[in-house]
Write a protein that binds this ligand. Structure first.
Ligand code: FAD
Length: 434
């Protein structure tokens, strides 16, 4: 095998260490960087926003994802453990008919409205507030490891010129031995990797929108009922579903509405638009009283997110040359399985592992482009199938939550049980052993 050791020594003759550029300082970019720094690898984040930016909404991590997170860096798990509301194996998620019951009593009566419960078993979600988790993770990074206002336009991976060159919208550029595109569903890294006309360069609009809010837990209990506000709970019905679960160590109830919308998203280049809460009132007009009243817990003006995914045109590979895509940039999914970020944790660990060996070699001989390319191909092979399974199955489950093909609680229960088995039994590191 030929070996290209471009830029492989420093001015005093020492082997030059591996330099990693991470495009995007979201949840996955930051946790990937934390893992790399822990392994002694220099990683620099280039984020388009002017500071760390995440929404004040809840999300949750499975027990399996927490295990991988711990391997990435125990500090990450420590943060999550400190700020999250935990479920254990004995608890369960409940799924309710949010449409048929006509009174509050009926809507809370298990014999009339409960569709089924699923045991948490090994899923055991821990829910936290996204913005808090991101900020605390970012605080683990060394100084000067993140640059803001750096929107990647394109990159140039020409080995004859030495390192990969990143070009930003503000006219500046940066170089690195490896580039990890953690720039989310509308990834510019992915677009450069495949070219603007490739189907995988554009995510698909799923015709689902989401409205998110959080309320103090006592308000949540008054709104949703004692049973439904205390654990993970999904209200299902025609063309929409309503998810609630506690976060912030149980002090806050996270509420997320997912609604099918046949129309195109108003602005296909943006993930969010302004919305009025009357839209929510309209969506749940004929539903059970809990759902019909949920609009009252939203501000009058709010943000609505359009949900895009990679189901229809998945990338054929996650790596080309010295560049790869990680997290939502590779396999953005609808949120119905609740494991988009968990899957990003898996990616982050695998990419950390493959770069760890490249780094060990770079310390001896300087960074080798061939070693980087081989490592990223290993990453891609290890992640591709999982990255396609998640969006596909999440979309199918969303259709069932929203009764898009009719009300089918038995089918939904079975599908969820099978999905939970696949999610929890997957050994993320096994593909690296072969
Ligand atoms: C309503 C909802 C609920 C969810 N709940 C869960 C859950 O409970 N559990 C779970 O595991 N997952 C959940 N997910 C999925 C999860 O949110 C995503 O999988 C996760 O946030 C992806 O992280 P990321 O860092 O890959 O991408 P993002 O969070 O999209 O971050 C990308 C970053 O890159 C930056 N960026 C974009 N373009 C550029 C560019 N050109 N140059 C520089 N920077 C750029 C962005 O500003 C951003 O900071 C949910 C998703 C939704 C919508």
């Amino acid at each position: 095998m030929t070996s290209n050791h471009s830029n492989n020594t420093t001015t005093n003759g020492d082997a030059a260490p591996l330099e990693v550029a991470i495009v995007g300082g979201g949840i996955v970019g930051v946790m990937t960087a934390v893992g790399l720094h822990r392994r002694g690898i220099k990683a620099t984040i280039y984020e388009r926003a002017s500071t760390w930016t995440e929404v004040s909404a809840g999300f949750a991590f499975t027990e399996a994802a927490r295990g991988w997170m711990n391997q990435l860096s125990p500090d990450l798990l420590e943060i999550l453990g400190r700020i999250s509301q935990k479920t254990d194996a004995d608890s369960s998620n409940s799924y309710w008919d949010g449409y048929t019951p006509r009174t509050r009593e009926d809507a809370e009566d298990e014999s009339k409205a409960l569709l089924f419960r699923t045991p948490n078993n090994k899923l055991c979600f821990w829910g936290c507030v996204r913005s808090q988790f991101l900020k605390e993770m970012a605080a683990l990074l060394p100084e000067n490891s993140a640059f803001f206002g750096k929107q990647l336009l394109t990159y140039d991976d020409n080995e004859e010129n030495g390192k990969v060159v990143l070009h930003f919208e503000d006219g500046t550029s940066a170089t690195a031995d490896v580039v990890l595109g953690c720039d989310g569903v509308h990834s510019s890294t992915r677009k450069t990797m495949f070219g603007p006309d490739h189907p995988a360069s554009r995510p698909g609009y799923t015709h689902n929108v989401t409205y998110r809010t959080m309320v103090p837990i006592d308000v949540g209990v008054a709104a949703m009922g004692e049973k439904t506000a205390q654990g993970g709970c999904m209200h299902c019905g025609p063309n929409a579903c309503l998810l609630t679960y506690p976060v912030n160590s149980g002090k806050t109830l996270n509420i997320a509405i997912f609604a099918y919308d046949a129309k195109d998203f108003p602005n296909p280049n943006r993930m969010t638009v302004q919305a009025d809460r009357s839209e929510i009132e309209e969506i749940f007009r004929d539903w059970c009283p809990h759902a019909a009243d949920v609009w009252k817990y939203y501000p009058e003006k709010m943000t609505k997110w359009g949900i895009y995914d990679m189901t229809d045109n998945p990338p054929p590979t996650y790596a080309k040359g010295r560049v790869c895509i990680v997290g939502d940039a590779a396999h953005a999914s609808t949120p119905f399985l609740g494991i988009g970020a968990c899957t990003g944790v898996e990616d982050a660990l695998v990419v950390n592992k493959v770069l760890e060996s490249v780094h060990a070699q770079a310390k001896r001989e300087g960074a080798s482009a061939d070693a980087v390319k081989e490592a990223l191909q290993t990453y891609s092979r290890a992640r591709l199938e999982r990255g396609q399974w998640v969006p596909r199955n999440s979309g199918q489950i969303g259709r069932m939550y929203q009764w898009r093909d009719g009300r089918d609680p038995e089918g939904l229960k079975l599908k969820l049980a099978r999905a939970a088995q696949t999610i929890t039994s997957f050994d993320v590191l096994a593909p690296l052993a072969v």
